[in-house]
Design a protein around this ligand. Structure first.
Ligand SMILES: [Mn+2]
Length: 354
C-alpha cells in the first residue's frame, strides 16, 4: 500500500490562510491522479487548538475526496485533537498510540501522537516487544535528537524527542516525523517539512512523501501550489560597474533557487541589501529589473535600510579585492563559524568606516 504523508499544515480558518488549504488540495489532487487513497498528517494539522474544524472537514467531505482516508496525528500545536471533533467518516484521529496495518502485506505502521510529558522512547516502550527489528515503521511528531543543536528555531526547547538510542534499540526501518518545518532526510528518518511555507523563513520548494508500507521505501513529490519563499541578503558596493555587478549577483541568486518556469509566479522574495551605493534610487531600480517577474515582499520592494551612500571608488575597489580573496580562501565550516557573506560585510564596514 502506498500512503501519502505530510505534516505541519498549520491550518487556520480558511479566510485567514487560504494558501494552506490550496496546498492541501494540491496534495489531494496529486493523490487522486496517482491512485493513492490514504493520507497521513503527522501532527500540527491545525495552527492551534480549535473547536471548529469545519473548513478542514469540508475538504475531507468534498465528493472528490470522499474515497480518501485521512489519518490525523495530534502535534504540539493541536495536542488535544480527538475523533469527537469530526463527523466525516473518512477522518481518523489517532489520539492514542496505534499499530496500523493497511493490508496484510504491509509492515506495521506505528502512529505515535504527540505528548508533552513523554519522550518518544518512553511512549514507544510499552509496544517495543511487538516490534520486529527492521520490519516496522514509525510515524510521529517531535524532535530528532542528534546532529541538530537547535531542532526548531521557532520553538526552542525539546518536543517529544526521538533519539539515536531509540533508533538503534527499536530499529524501525523508516521513521517519518512532523514538527521540523524544513524538509530533512537523515538516513532512514525523514521530516516531510511544512508543505506550505508559513512565513518567509520557510524557504524553497515544498514536498510531501509517499510511503510504501510493504518495503518502507519513501518517494518525494513536490507540492505544486502555494507560495515559495526566498529570504536573501546581498552586499552592494559602489563599483564603477555597480549595476552590472548587481545584475550578476541577482542572476546567480535566481539560478540557485532552481525554479521551473511554472514555479516562478509562486515565488515571494524578501531581499535585504547592505553595504554602499553611489545612488540609492538607481540601486532600487536595478534590483527591480534584476528580479523582474518575481514578487518582492513585504511591500513589492527590497529592504535598503542597511545601504549607505558613498562615491568612494577606491574604497569600493579595495572591498572588491577583499571579496575575491574571501571567495578563494579555504573557509572554516562549523555551527559557530561566520559565513563568507558575514565576514565580507564586516570587512566592508571596516573599509568604509570614516
Ligand atoms: Mn509545526
Amino acid at each position: 500500500m502506498l500512503m501519502a504523508v505530510t505534516a505541519d499544515l498549520h491550518l487556520t480558518p480558511r479566510r485567514e490562510h487560504p494558501e494552506r488549504f490550496i496546498v492541501l488540495e494540491d496534495i489531494l489532487s496529486q493523490m487522486r491522479e496517482t491512485g493513492l487513497s490514504e493520507l497521513i498528517i503527522a501532527g500540527d494539522i491545525f495552527d492551534q487548538e480549535i473547536r471548529n474544524v469545519s473548513d478542514f472537514e469540508a475538504v475531507c467531505r468534498d465528493p472528490l475526496n470522499r474515497s480518501i482516508r485521512f489519518h490525523l496525528l495530534p502535534g504540539n500545536h493541536d495536542a488535544g485533537l480527538t475523533q469527537k471533533a469530526f463527523a466525516a467518516e473518512n477522518v481518523t484521529v489517532h489520539s492514542a498510540p496505534e499499530i496500523y496495518k493497511p493490508d496484510p502485506a504491509s509492515l506495521p505502521v506505528c502512529f505515535m501522537p504527540y505528548r508533552n510529558d513523554q519522550t518518544m522512547g518512553e511512549a514507544l516502550s510499552p509496544h517495543a516487544a511487538g516490534f520486529v527489528p527492521g520490519a516496522w515503521i514509525l510515524v510521529g511528531h517531535g524532535d530528532w535528537m542528534e546532529g541538530m543543536r537547535e531542532p526548531n528555531p521557532l520553538e526552542p526547547g525539546v518536543y517529544m524527542p526521538f533519539t539515536r538510542v531509540d533508533l538503534e534499540t527499536l530499529k524501525p526501518v523508516r521513521v517519518i516525523l512532523g514538527h521540523v518545518h524544513k524538509p530533512l532526510d537523515l538516513g532512514c528518518l525523514h521530516y516531510p517539512g511544512s508543505p506550505c511555507g508559513l512565513d518567509v523563513t520557510e524557504t524553497g520548494r515544498r514536498r510531501f512523501l509517499v510511503l510504501d508500507t510493504e518495503s518502507g521505501f519513501v518517494q518525494f513529490r513536490p507540492v505544486n501550489a502555494g507560495p515559495l519563499f526566498f529570504d536573501e541578503s546581498i552586499v552592494v558596493l559602489p563599483l564603477e560597474d555597480e549595476s552590472a555587478t548587481l545584475g550578476r549577483i541577482l542572476e546567480s541568486m535566481i539560478r540557485g533557487w532552481g525554479l521551473r518556469d511554472s514555479e516562478k509566479e509562486r515565488a515571494q522574495v524578501r531581499l535585504r541589501a547592505s553595504g554602499y551605493t553611489t545612488d540609492k534610487r538607481r540601486l532600487a531600480d536595478s534590483i527591480r529589473n534584476g528580479l523582474e517577474g518575481f514578487h518582492l515582499i513585504p511591500d513589492g520592494e527590497a529592504d535598503l535600510t542597511e545601504v549607505s551612500v558613498s562615491e568612494d571608488v577606491e574604497r569600493a575597489q579595495l572591498a572588491e579585492r577583499v571579496r575575491r580573496q574571501i571567495e578563494n580562501m579555504d573557509w572554516p565550516v562549523g555551527p559557530d563559524a561566520p559565513g563568507r557573506e558575514a565576514a565580507f560585510l564586516q570587512a566592508v564596514r571596516t573599509i568604509y568606516e570614516p
